[in-house]
Design a protein around this ligand. Structure first.
Ligand SMILES: [Zn+2]
Length: 475
C-alpha cells in the first residue's frame, strides 16, 4: 500500500495526500452524462482521466468503490436551472419519447466509454430510479429551514450558509458571470441569485414527459439533487473523492456541497478531482457547434479508440488539451512504433522479479504524483531501452498497462502475427520466382532468368547461387 497518493484538490486549491475515511478504501463518485445527446471526445477525455485515477489507486493497493449517475431528467440547458429541458429538447429534435432518447444515448455513451479502455463504475444509477430519495432529501432540507417554496417550486436558500462559495475561487466567480450573461430569463421566485431549484412543480414545458407525485405537487427534481442523493445511497454519508470536469465546479458541485452538507450537518466529501477541457482549434469543444465529434466518429474514420486514450494520457489532466487530426495522427505513429518495439521483444530470458518490482515502484511514483500519466508513459519508453531481459520487460509492460489500459501486449501479439503472415506470403512468392528462374535456365532462356532476378531485386530480395542451391535474403 502506497500511502502517499497526491492529487490536486479543487476545494483546497493545492496538491494533497489522500487520507481516506476508511483505511485502504476509496469511496468515489463521478458525475455521469446527461443522455440527451452524444458525449463528445472532450467529455470522454474526462472519463479517461477518471479511469486512470481509479486504476492508479488500485495499482497502489486501494480498494475503490465508484458510483456514477445517468442524468435522464431535470437538467436544463443552463446549469443554473433556466433555459430548456435538455431531455425534452432531445426528444423533440429527434421525434422520439424522452425514454427512447435516454436509452439510445446511454447505449451510445457506454459504447464510446468502453472503446477507450475504461472500466465501468461499480454502480451506475439513472436519476429516474431514485425519485423517493430526492423527495426525502428535499423534505429534510425544508424541515431544517434550508429550503423554501415559491411559485410552486422548492428552492435551496443559499443565504442560510456561512460560506456558499466553497471553492471560493476565480472559477466560481467567473462562471457566475457567464451564468448571468447566458440566463435566458430571470427566475423571480428566487430570494437570492444563487438559489437553485430542488423540485419543480410548475413545468415551463408543455411536453414535460417525466413527472412524479410529491408533497409539493406533481413535478420533477432539479439536476443538482441527483448527485447528492445517488452518492449517499451507495457510498453513505462520507465520500473520499468526487470527480467531474472543470465545467461542473460551478454551479453544479458548489450546489451539491451546499445541499449535501446542509442535509447531513457535517462535511461530506474530502477531495474534488476536476479534469480540464479539450479544445479544438476554434476553442472549447461543445455540442452546440454542429456535428458532435465522438469516439465512434473517430473509429469510423479508421482511428483505434485506444490511440485517443494514449493521446489523452500523454498530457496532464489539469491542463487544457488541444485536439487536431494532425496531433492525433502523430499519436497513431507513436502508438504503432511503441507496439512494434514491444512486438520485437522475445519472451525469452529469465524474468527478474526484483527489476519488475523496482519498475512497479517507479511507475507508482509517477501516478501518485497528481496522476502524472505523461511521466508514466516516459517511464514505459525507458523500460524498452533497459538492459534487462525481454521476459522482464514484457512483465513490466503488462504491469504498467493495468493503469494505462492501452492493450499493449495484445496489440504487439497481433502485429507479430500480421508480420508472420506477410513473411509467409513473401516466402511463397520468392520460392515460386526461384523455380521459374530454374526452369528458364534449364531452357537456356537466360534473358528471362535475369529478368526474374531483377524482379526480385526490385522487391528487395537478393538471390545467390550456391553449391547448396539458391539462397535468398531480404536486403
Ligand atoms: Zn453531479
Amino acid at each position: 500500500m502506497n500511502n502517499n497518493f497526491r492529487i490536486y484538490n479543487t476545494a483546497s486549491r493545492q496538491v494533497e495526500t489522500i487520507v481516506p475515511n476508511e483505511a485502504g478504501k476509496i469511496a468515489m463518485y463521478t458525475c455521469g452524462p446527461t443522455v440527451y445527446h452524444y458525449a463528445h471526445i472532450g467529455n470522454i477525455r474526462t472519463y479517461i482521466m477518471q479511469d486512470a485515477l481509479v486504476k492508479a489507486l488500485e495499482y497502489v493497493g486501494y480498494d475503490v468503490k465508484r458510483v456514477m449517475n445517468i442524468t435522464d431528467v431535470g437538467h436544463l440547458s443552463s446549469d443554473g436551472d433556466t433555459g430548456e429541458d435538455k431531455m425534452v429538447k432531445g426528444a423533440q429534435r429527434e421525434n422520439k419519447t424522452v425514454m427512447e432518447i435516454a436509452k439510445y444515448y446511454t447505449d451510445a455513451f457506454f459504447n464510446d466509454f468502453d472503446a477507450v479502455g475504461n472500466k465501468r463504475p461499480d454502480v451506475i444509477e439513472p436519476a429516474t430510479n431514485c425519485i423517493p430519495e430526492f423527495i426525502h432529501m428535499v423534505e429534510v432540507l425544508l424541515e431544517k429551514g434550508y429550503a423554501y417554496l415559491a411559485g410552486g417550486n422548492v428552492y435551496f436558500d443559499t443565504s442560510k450558509l456561512d460560506d456558499y462559495y466553497v471553492f471560493s475561487s476565480a472559477v466560481e466567480k467567473e462562471a457566475l458571470q457567464i451564468g448571468v450573461r447566458d440566463d435566458v430569463e430571470a427566475d423571480d421566485n428566487k430570494k437570492n441569485a444563487t438559489d437553485f431549484v430542488l423540485w419543480f412543480t410548475k413545468s415551463k414545458f408543455e411536453d414535460q414527459a417525466l413527472k412524479w407525485d410529491s408533497p409539493w405537487g406533481v413535478g420533477y427534481p432539479g439536476w443538482h439533487i441527483e448527485c447528492s442523493c445517488i452518492s449517499m445511497k451507495h457510498l453513505g454519508e462520507y465520500m473520499d473523492i468526487h470527480c467531474g470536469g472543470v465545467d461542473n465546479i460551478f454551479p453544479h458541485h458548489t450546489n451539491e456541497i451546499a445541499q449535501s452538507e446542509a442535509y447531513l450537518g457535517h462535511k461530506w466529501c474530502n477531495y474534488w478531482f476536476h479534469s480540464n477541457h479539450l479544445n479544438d482549434q476554434s476553442g472549447k469543444m461543445s455540442k452546440s457547434k454542429g456535428a458532435v465529434l465522438t469516439v465512434s466518429v473517430l473509429k469510423d474514420k479508421g482511428y483505434n479508440p485506444l490511440v485517443y486514450r494514449f493521446f489523452c494520457l500523454q498530457s496532464h489532466y489539469r491542463k487544457p488539451l488541444v485536439f487536431s487530426y494532425e496531433n492525433l495522427d502523430n499519436t497513431v505513429a507513436a502508438y504503432n512504433k511503441l507496439v512494434k518495439k514491444i512486438a520485437e521483444l522475445k519472451n525469452d530470458g529469465t524474468k527478474d522479479d526484483a527489476v519488475v518490482a523496482a519498475y512497479h515502484d517507479k511507475f507508482a511514483d509517477c501516478i501518485t504524483d497528481d496522476l502524472n500519466t505523461s511521466n508514466a508513459i516516459t517511464l514505459l519508453y525507458e523500460v524498452l531501452k533497459d538492459g534487462c531481459s525481454d521476459a522482464t520487460k514484457l512483465a513490466v509492460i503488462a504491469d504498467f498497462d493495468r493503469v494505462l489500459s492501452l492493450d499493449l501486449i495484445n496489440a504487439a501479439t497481433a502485429s507479430k502475427e500480421e508480420a508472420t503472415e506477410v513473411d509467409s506470403e513473401l516466402e511463397a512468392y520468392v520460392l515460386d520466382a526461384i523455380a521459374r528462374r530454374a526452369n528458364a535456365k534449364k531452357a537456356k532462356d537466360f534473358a528471362t532468368a535475369d529478368a526474374i532476378r531483377d524482379e526480385l531485386l526490385n522487391k528487395g530480395i537478393e538471390i545467390k547461387d550456391t553449391r547448396e542451391g539458391v539462397q535468398w535474403k531480404k536486403l
